[in-house]
Design a protein around this ligand. Structure first.
Ligand SMILES: *Cc1c(COP(=O)(O)O)cnc(C)c1O
Length: 397
């Protein structure tokens, strides 16, 4: 990736061009995840970015300019270090938000009043609920589509303002044809947003495939330790970046400073975690595939998975989420989730620890998700320990 996060970052009204964040363009992603956003390596300087706990900054006499550190809702050098690193990995200018959904909201607010959004019928339930609510209030209208059906998506794009894409989708693991959808949406003048939470920028970089903006639930893989809630947007479009920054500042959906610091700390090991969890997931999917207690196993690594070819073409790995459907539906799924010992029954995903959950236990989950579907978030534990626990639980039900 040729783009330096540094250049893009400092083009807009960020918290200032010069508080020691140094460029790291040119290095491989795994290296940039480690070295970007560090303070300058001056003698006696700290190696890791400090936590700047402050609500305001000592004023520079005169009028305030775009690069000035002024007030804590406008910017903070600790946010900057996190944003610099994520921006470098995705290839754009990153902005941290209070949560993944605050980042989704900032993008949805770019749709004009009465505009049209095309969105996946099976995607993260918080996004579905948000769009549904905005439609009910008459702010916009939504055309729900099966995002892995390129023709169906194309057919619904006439007059659309925003194409919302999630790939792979949560929790169905459908893989969208990103280059084809980007081209189709741009032909009709629609903005393309991609929720890249499941893939992370190490496995998929939608901006390089032409998307206008990427959204993350940083809560998941990027921070990686199930210890915070945070979100982010990333874009190369300078004007869009400034509008997103304005939404964040005006609406106050700002990140917690300590959360951005923890998220950056988590991102330092992103490459290791994504690699290990992905290898674990591929091995577990292989063993689960064809298990007599299951009617369906989905992971894009499986050669006969409907998303396999696309994932192979546009991603550099298959991620670490698996979905399974046990024989016996919702009831068997509940028993399976209760029968594991190492795997923890919990919502959320992307942490170092393996978790599982029957998604339809949440009232807001789209009805296209089968009632018995269990989403497995594979962590970085020993794969044999993970397998024996799953196997004993499958036998028990
Ligand atoms: C969790 C999640 C979100 C929402 O993020 P929060 O940090 O919980 O607000 C959005 N998209 C996807 C794909 C998610 O998994």
């Amino acid at each position: 990736m040729a783009t330096s996060g540094q250049d893009l970052h400092h083009t807009a009204t960020g918290p200032g061009p010069d508080h020691g964040v140094r460029p790291a363009g040119g290095y491989a992603p795994a290296t940039r995840a480690v070295v970007t956003g560090r303070p300058a390596t001056d003698p006696q300087a700290p190696l890791s970015p400090p936590v700047h706990l402050t609500s305001t900054f000592v004023a520079r006499p005169g009028a305030t300019g775009p690069g000035d550190l002024v007030y804590g809702r406008w910017g903070n050098p600790t946010w900057d270090a996190f944003e610099q690193t994520l921006g470098s990995l995705e290839g754009g200018r990153a902005l941290a938000f209070a949560s993944g959904l605050a980042a989704v909201d900032a993008v949805v607010r770019q749709v004009p009043l009465g505009g049209v959004v095309v969105a996946p019928s099976a995607s993260y339930n918080g996004t579905v609920v948000m769009l549904d609510d905005a439609a009910k209030r008459g702010l916009l209208s939504v055309r729900w589509v099966p995002i892995d059906d390129t023709e169906a998506v194309e057919a619904s794009l006439a007059g659309a303002d925003l194409l919302w894409v999630e790939s792979p989708t949560n929790p169905m693991l459908e893989v969208a044809d990103l280059p084809a959808l980007v081209a189709a949406a741009h032909r009709r003048g629609a903005l393309v947003a991609v929720d890249n939470t499941f893939a992370t920028p190490l496995l998929q970089r939608p901006l390089e495939l032409g998307a206008d903006v990427v959204v993350h639930s940083v809560t998941k893989y990027l921070s990686g330790h199930s210890d915070l809630v945070l979100g982010a947007t990333v874009t190369r479009d300078e004007a869009l970046g400034q509008r997103l920054h304005a939404v964040r500042t005006q609406n106050g959906a700002i990140p917690g400073t300590f959360e951005t610091w923890l998220a950056l700390r988590g991102m330092r090991t992103l490459a290791l975690r994504v690699e290990r969890a992905g290898a674990n997931a591929a091995e577990l999917a292989r063993r689960l595939h064809g298990h007599p207690a299951l009617t369906r196993v989905r992971h894009p690594s499986l050669a006969d998975d409907p998303g396999h070819a696309r994932a192979t073409a546009q991603m550099s790995g298959y991620g670490a989420i698996i979905s399974i459907e046990p024989v016996g539906g919702a009831e068997a799924a509940e028993r399976l989730c209760a029968a594991t010992r190492l795997w923890v029954m919990a919502t959320s995903l992307g942490g170092v620890e393996s978790t599982l959950e029957r998604r339809r236990r949440h009232a807001g989950e789209p009805e296209v998700v089968p009632p018995g579907l269990i989403r497995l978030s594979v962590g970085i534990e020993d794969v044999e320990d993970l397998w024996s626990d799953l196997e004993q639980a499958l036998t028990a039900v």
